[in-house]
Design a protein around this ligand. Structure first.
Ligand SMILES: Cc1ncc(C[n+]2csc(CCOP(=O)(O)OP(=O)(O)O)c2C)c(N)n1
Length: 558
């Protein structure tokens, strides 16, 4: 072992784990940044706020399966913790480093300091302090190990010193890395054979089974195997929002996203099933429309890598513990395709539901209305987003529109969505692009969502992080309209609009001012040409689509 500074060790280890970008407001671990420049090719993305830095790291992690790194000095630590909340909800492996307290000055009203550690507790799998420089190697290894293992999730390390000045100290250290933990999943635990055979028997004997695939399928890369199994047994596939890219929306067995931000056909098929097979989904409120679709008591099977998830919300006929891709492979190996014949009527009715949905919504998806309907944006994106695109979607209305109305066309396309935080998508899209620079990244957000981190347009332009951001600009957060109608006992007052409406703003002009390309779209036939121009640009692009403030997304059926 040789004498090294903490900064040298940290720089070498992050490079050793394959980290290509870190995201932060950089008044932290400054010596480490200097060592990164000297010793590595890591890009230090200097953002306009810690929350957006965390969202960028999250987008990076979800797009690549590799941990995303974000950092904050002590005074920004809680901004960073706030940004880990979505990663926590989405099981995304984000690693957060913050500056922390000096034992010598604790409890003396030292500038900017509070005890931040407890605030990380609810949003991390590991929340730890690094107080002695010789602990850098083992703590960094543990951070990676925990972030990617089992159900992945965020990790926080607080480094001693408000700016993590401990990185300047020296000790005998070895910057040893474990490449196995550089990405999700580090292990693919094999299921018990008996549990696989029990699940398969139930699937094969069921008349009306359905798969509900969640984020665990995407984390394990099990989409192709799931599609193969569904085809072999003749079973329709619904997904959670987080698992939307487990099967292309255009696949004949796909019925759509089930739950609250969903597609009617998916909810109808899942509600009509006599057996629901949940794979890699937490069976949470959004995916099940708060446990109404399917109803609790339905015959159910669950496959998950986390034993504590099995049966949490639905009593099970069979529980399979293991990596989703591995379990599905085992099911495929033993599946008897002749059993599919008995499910033909069910499959026909599931397909009819999917077709009915298209018939019902085709006029909206192709609407020529001005101001533009959001459904038309979804229809255009489904047709024109490139074959290998990463589509990143905000929550609220954006999640409803795209979850329900947008179809992925190819297994090579990815879909990342906010797990609930408005404003997540734009910075997350930037992180996704950093992780996968060769792939087009198309972000869909409302204007309320874009306002949150609008300053990061400048970050995108400065670093040439060339995402295409499509803004559903209705000068409002009009998803809230229904909520305020209810709050006012039926119909809100005119004045209540001040609770959800904004000034009309041209985001294309704002984008141009910050060094991005801005394109304003006011007619639906301009959307496709705008996308084509944006995808060919060598700068980040904001496509500002002026839409109908009265357009409300359909609510879930149960
Ligand atoms: C951090 C956070 N705060 C508040 C909300 C609640 N919320 C959900 S959607 C929404 C408004 C969405 O507005 P916009 O993105 O413009 O889409 P629109 O409804 O106009 O289509 C709000 C305030 C949230 N999801 N996350």
């Amino acid at each position: 072992m040789k004498k090294m500074t903490g900064a040298e060790v940290l720089a070498d280890m992050l490079a050793g784990y394959g980290v290509t970008h870190v995201f932060m407001v950089p008044a932290v671990l400054r010596r480490t940044f200097a060592e990164m420049e000297r010793r590595t090719a890591i890009r230090r993305i200097h953002t306009h706020g810690e929350k957006s830095a965390a969202y960028m790291a999250d987008g990076y992690a979800r797009a690549s399966g590799r941990p995303g790194l974000c950092m904050a000095q002590v005074v920004g630590a809680l901004n960073l913790a706030a940004g880990l909340r979505d990663a926590w909800l989405a099981r995304s492996p984000v690693i957060a480093f913050t500056g922390g307290r000096e034992p010598r000055t604790k409890f003396r009203q030292v500038y900017q300091e509070v005890d931040d550690v407890p605030a990380f507790e609810p949003v991390t799998k590991l929340n730890a302090t690094v107080d002695a420089v010789e602990r850098f190697p083992d703590m960094v290894r543990q951070a990676f190990r925990v972030a990617v293992s089992g159900a992945p999730g965020p990790v926080h390390l607080q480094f001693r010193g408000n700016e993590g000045q401990i990185d300047q100290e020296e000790a005998e250290m070895e910057p040893h890395c474990e490449p196995q933990f550089a990405r999700v999943p580090p292990f693919r635990p094999d299921p018990e054979r008996a549990s696989v055979m029990a699940a398969l028997k139930l699937l094969q004997e069921a008349e009306r089974p359905v798969f509900v695939a969640g984020g665990g399928v995407r984390a394990s890369g099990g989409g192709p195997e799931l599609v193969a199994l569904a085809e072999r047994l003749g079973i329709p596939v619904a997904t959670s929002l987080n698992g939307k890219d487990s099967i292309p929306g255009t696949h004949p067995l796909a019925v759509g996203v089930v739950g609250s931000y969903s597609r009617e056909s998916a909810n109808r098929v899942v509600a009509g099933a006599d057996l629901v097979c949940f794979i890699g989904t937490g069976t949470g409120g959004m995916t099940t429309h708060f446990w109404a679709v399917p109803k609790i008591g339905v015959r159910a099977i669950q496959i998950d890598i986390d034993p504590e998830a099995l049966g949490r919300n639905y009593p099970l006929q069979a529980a399979v513990l293991g990596d989703a891709k591995t379990v599905i492979k085992h099911l495929l190996e033993h599946a008897d395709p002749t059993t599919a014949a008995g499910r033909k009527p069910w499959l026909e009715s599931a397909r009819a539901s999917a077709r009915e949905w298209y018939e019902k919504y085709r006029p909206a998806l192709e609407s020529a209305a001005v101001p533009i309907r959001p459904e038309r944006i979804c229809g255009e994106l489904a047709r024109h987003v490139p074959e290998d695109a990463i589509v990143v979607v905000d929550t609220g209305h954006a999640g409803m529109w795209m979850g329900g109305m947008f179809d992925l066309r190819s297994a090579k396309q990815s879909y990342l969505r906010s797990a609930g935080h408005l404003g997540w998508a734009f910075p997350a899209g930037l992180g996704a692009k950093c992780a996968c620079p060769q792939r087009p990244v198309v972000t869909f957000t409302g204007d309320a969502g874009l306002w949150y981190h609008i300053g990061e347009i400048e970050t995108a332009a400065r670093w040439r992080i060339n995402t295409v951001t499509v803004v559903n600009n209705n000068a409002s957060g009009n998803q809230s309209k229904r909520g305020f109608d209810r709050a006012y006992g039926g119909q809100q007052t005119e004045q209540a609009r001040e609770l959800w409406a904004y000034t009309k703003v041209n985001f294309a002009r704002i984008a141009e001012e910050m060094g991005a390309v801005g394109i304003r779209v006011e007619r639906p036939d301009e959307i496709a040409p705008a996308l084509a121009r944006a995808l060919a640009a060598d700068r980040p692009v904001v496509i500002d689509v002026v839409t109908d403030i009265d357009a409300l997304a359909p609510t879930a059926v149960s």
